[in-house]
Design a protein around this ligand. Structure first.
Ligand SMILES: Cc1cc2nc3c(=O)[nH]c(=O)nc-3n(C[C@H](O)[C@H](O)[C@H](O)COP(=O)(O)OP(=O)(O)OC[C@H]3O[C@@H](n4cnc5c(N)ncnc54)[C@H](O)[C@@H]3O)c2cc1C
Ligand code: FES
Length: 428
């Protein structure tokens, strides 16, 4: 009997001990977990507060420092980059601070060029990272089209190269544009610049480096060969020693003497075939700018690689290219419910010029139609970005081939990216 009582007492003691040990361990685990959670929460909270403060400070600075219309800038420095590209460093003539801009945005220039009856408007992307004292743009000298060598070369780009020098004063609008990277929220990105399309993504890269992102960043720069390859050492220097940023220079057509591993990293066009070889997954946001064929194939191949459209961000430097042109060409007819080539004809009356023209899907934008009939409409970007082609609608309505960078006020439209919805009277 005594043995049984001793055994029972021992069991109770052991159970009590086990309970005590378990509760201590649990308490410890909870305590540790809660301290981890609260530490993480504090860090998260701090980061959010930082982000909100940052974004508020940025919006406030933008509001206070931005400007309407054109502001005078002095060319501080002009630098040959090679490959027919020149960089221009621009300081505000009034010496006031500059507003923060989003990397990827562009400046709109207004130039009076001798021999031209009206001023010329052109957009150039900022190619620099954040700076409140000066901007940089990098401009490629545009030759005549290959198949029409007798035509005059690009008017404004050649004017910049041949005539604009250090000390000259230029009229510039505040940075704008919808193609930009939100650098306040680090996320894995692939930045792609083809030829002169390097400029906006270079600005993004510089901003990422300044903001010390720790997420995976891939930077693909595609050119034909060394003769087009600009800022080579500068780019290598920018990313050197930063483990999470990978720079890949691609030559589509290396020339004799171009050395892989020295001048370039891959003898290939920038595209999905290369991404499949190099990227650990396809889970990135893609930002790209380059010549039309590169833009088109990248867009289509990235979609085919299951990248959601919301992860694709791009900008064309000329007439909109990757802009779902099929949507404009193909119209669903109500009667049949089938898609068919839009054969609808509209009448467009250009009131000021006293010209009446027929528009069909093949006519392109209202700006194209106007030019075909010698109706004068000012233009800059031909891509719905700069606002130069804004024209009042007298009667009727328009639809957009691609979303404009900024919608014009009601009753007018951007002629370079709009088409008539029905018969139209236009103030041009
Ligand atoms: C948002 C945005 C950002 C940009 N960023 C940059 C940048 O960072 N760097 C950069 O270098 N560019 C950039 N561009 C392009 C730039 O704005 C200009 O379009 C470019 O410099 C060409 O302008 P241009 O006046 O020199 O050429 P244009 O005079 O407009 O001529 C363009 C081409 O058309 C040819 N041409 C002229 N007349 C005719 C005719 N009658 N028939 C057929 N062809 C003709 C010319 O020979 C030339 O080849 C950007 C464009 C946009 C929209
Ligand atoms: S030409 Fe720039 S918006 Fe139309």
């Amino acid at each position: 009997m005594g043995d049984i009582i001793q055994l029972l007492a021992l069991s109770v003691l052991l159970a009590g001990l086990a309970y005590f040990v378990a509760s201590v361990v649990n308490n410890l685990r909870v305590a540790t977990a809660s301290s981890i959670t609260s530490e993480a929460e504090v860090n998260f909270f701090k980061a959010r507060v930082g982000e909100i403060m940052d974004s508020r400070a940025v919006s406030k600075a933008k509001e206070e420092l931005s400007w309407q219309g054109f502001r005078k800038f002095k060319v501080e420095k002009k630098e040959e980059e090679g490959g027919d590209i020149c960089s221009f460093y621009l300081r505000p003539h009034d010496d006031r601070a500059l507003p923060p801009f989003q990397p990827g945005q562009y400046l709109t220039f207004r130039l009076n060029i001798p021999g031209q009856l009206k001023h010329m408007i052109r957009c150039y992307s900022l190619s620099c990272g954040p700076d409140i004292t000066q901007y940089r743009v990098s401009i490629k000298k545009i030759p005549p089209p290959r198949d029409q060598p007798d035509i005059a070369p690009g008017l404004v780009s050649n004017h910049f190269h041949n005539t604009i020098n250090q000390g000259d004063i230029l009229d510039i609008k505040a940075p704008s544009g919808q193609f930009f990277l939100d650098t306040s929220k680090p996320h894995p990105v692939v930045l792609i610049g083809g030829g002169i399309g390097l400029t906006p993504v270079l600005s993004m890269l510089e901003d990422i480096i300044v903001k010390e992102w720790r997420t995976e960043v891939w930077f693909f720069y595609g050119v034909r060969n060394k003769s087009d390859h600009i800022m080579s050492e500068y780019l290598r220097g920018l990313v050197s020693g930063i483990d999470n940023i990978h720079l890949v220079v691609c030559y589509s057509n290396p020339s004799e003497g171009d050395v892989e591993g020295e001048n370039y990293d891959a003898a290939a066009r920038v595209g999905v075939d290369l991404f499949k070889k190099l990227l650990p997954s396809n889970n990135y946001h893609y930002y790209f700018c380059g010549p039309p064929p590169m833009m088109n194939s990248l867009f289509e191949d990235l979609r085919a690689w299951d990248i959601p459209e919301a992860h694709l961000h791009y900008e064309a430097f000329g007439p909109a290219t990757v802009k779902k042109k099929q949507e404009a060409d193909v119209q669903t007819t109500e009667e049949t419910g089938k898609s068919s080539k839009n054969s609808t004809e509209r009448t467009v009356k250009f009131n000021k010029s006293n010209v009446t023209a027929k528009w069909t899907a093949d006519s392109g934008s209202l700006l194209d139609l106007a030019e075909k009939h010698n109706v004068d409409i000012e233009f800059g970007c031909r891509a719905g970005n700069c606002g130069a082609c804004v024209t009042a609608i007298i009667k009727g309505d328009v639809e957009y081939l691609s979303e404009p960078g900024e919608m014009p006020e009601a009753g007018s439209c951007l002629a370079c990216v709009s088409t008539p919805k029905g018969d139209l009277e236009f103030d041009a």
